[in-house]
Each structure stands twice: as structure tokens, then as C-alpha cells.
Design a protein around this ligand. Structure first.
Ligand code: ADP
Ligand code: MG
Length: 230
């Protein structure tokens, strides 16, 4: 059976997409569900040409995957990928991305998390956005809201744009990236009443028990996608 796939986007770069994916992958592992995390496009690489997000996802995946499978497109410079693509003379080829998605879905895994890059409207060429590719493949979307001042605007812009793109938002995660955010519970409650899809959970700042958090997030994700587990 093809892997059940989610596209994980965020309100912005540094919202915590990788962090939340890592927690979800730990949760799947604890639930004995084979899952993998992948990063189709990354910008910013170490001396070996590896991106830190992709390395984290690879480490937390329940199956050993070659680096190039986890992250097929990686630019050296930590800049907007479509601009890196020009400088590094390696355009982002959507057909390749689509073939890669098909091959990911054939991996012997049950759940696949595809981490986006930046926010929802990440340009991949002069005309196209990664969101267009997500819409074309009708990948269910999980939104990570980086909880900080200004996130209500970013979250609602993203939620509206996901809907406008014709994609389905299956759930969102409140990720507390600011340990000192004022009125944090009120901000989360505010988003809960504005966003019609369920909040899969709240990830505190530097949580102690990532596995338990991950189990809860993973259970809620499967539940909201109609894939209930005991
Ligand atoms: N809940 C959290 N508690 C503490 N640090 C966090 C949390 N979420 C994210 N971070 C840190 O914030 C930074 C950005 O998170 P990351 O997951 O890399 O964002 P993104 O993938 O959306 O760009 C990382 O250094 C990460 O470890
Ligand atoms: Mg990331």
C-alpha cells in the first residue's frame, strides 16, 4: 500500500517544521508505525553537501534511507532556493520532484512526512510556488504555527491561501518557539476558534518528553485524517 503522505508547512521559516516533524516521527516510532521524513528542497548545506533539516529527518525516520532519497535537491547557500538555483545552476525540476514523490510513496513505510521549505508560498521558479506542486498532488497539509507575536496574521494568511490553492488542511500544531510569549494560551485559543480544522497539539518550548508529545500528535493526526488507531 502506498505510504500515507502529509505535507508539513509552517507560518514562516523557523516556525518549527523540522522540530515538529522530528517529534511526530518519534511518536510514530513509539506507536510501532513505520514512518519517514523527507525534505524535497533544502537550502543551506554542510561541507558534505548535507542539510541539517534533512539529517534530522533522516535520523528520526523509522527506516534507514540514503541521504539523496531524503533530500533530492539541496543547495549550498542558506538562501531562497529558487535564487540559489540560479546561482548554483541547478534549476528546480518539478517533474523530478513528482517522480521522487512517487518513489517515496513506494517505500516500505506507513506514514510519510514531507517537510516544505520556508512558508507556504515558497517560490520554486519565477512563476511557480512549492504550494502549486503540493496542490497538484493533493497532499494533505499540516501547518506548524510558530507561536510568537504576529503569528495570528501569518497563520490566517496561510490557512486562507492553503484553501485557495485547493489543498486540504488536515490539522495544525501550536509550536511554542518563544519561551516568553505574552498571552500564549489566549493566542492559541484565538487560533483554535478561527481555524476550522483541529489543533493536533501544543508543543511547549523545549519540551521534556518529546516521545509522549509525539505519540499524542501522531494519534491526533491519524484520527483527523480518518486513520484511527487503537
Ligand atoms: N518547541 C520548541 N522548543 C524549543 N526550540 C524549538 C522549538 N521549535 C523549534 N525550535 C528551534 O527553533 C529553530 C527553528 O526550528 P525548525 O524546526 O528548524 O524550523 P523550520 O523547520 O520551520 O525552519 C531550531 O533551532 C529548533 O530547534
Ligand atoms: Mg526545517
Amino acid at each position: 500500500m502506498p505510504a500515507n503522505c502529509y505535507f508539513v508547512t509552517g507560518t514562516d521559516t523557523d516556525a518549527g517544521k523540522s522540530y515538529v516533524c522530528s517529534i511526530l516521527l518519534q511518536g510514530f516510532k513509539a506507536l510501532d508505525i513505520t514512518a519517514a521524513g523527507v525534505k524535497p528542497i533544502a537550502a543551506g548545506a554542510d561541507a558534505q553537501g548535507c542539510n541539517s533539516d534533512a539529517l534530522l529527518l533522516r535520523r528520526q525516520s523509522g527506516i534507514a534511507l540514503p541521504y539523496d532519497v531524503v533530500n533530492p535537491i539541496c543547495y549550498q547557500a542558506p538562501v531562497a532556493p529558487h535564487l540559489a538555483a540560479i546561482n548554483e545552476q541547478q534549476p528546480i525540476n518539478e517533474a523530478t520532484l513528482s517522480q521522487t514523490l512517487a518513489s517515496w510513496q513506494q517505500l516500505p513505510i506507513q506514514q510519510l512526512l514531507v517537510e516544505g521549505a520556508g512558508g507556504w508560498l515558497l517560490p520554486i521558479s519565477n512563476e511557480r510556488y512549492l504550494a502549486d506542486w503540493v496542490a497538484e498532488h493533493q497532499l494533505p497539509v499540516v501547518l506548524v504555527v510558530g507561536m510568537k507575536l504576529g503569528c495570528l496574521n501569518h497563520a490566517m494568511l496561510t490557512v486562507r491561501e492553503i484553501a485557495r490553492s485547493g489543498c486540504t488542511l488536515v490539522g495544525w500544531v501550536a509550536n511554542c518557539i518563544d519561551p516568553d510569549m505574552a498571552l500564549l494560551p489566549q493566542n492559541i485559543a484565538d487560533l483554535q476558534q478561527r481555524i476550522s480544522t483541529p489543533c493536533l497539539g501544543v508543543v511547549p518550548y523545549d519540551p521534556e518528553d518529546q516521545t509522549q508529545l509525539g505519540v499524542n500528535l501522531a494519534r491526533n493526526l491519524l484520527k483527523t485524517s480518518g486513520r484511527n488507531i487503537s
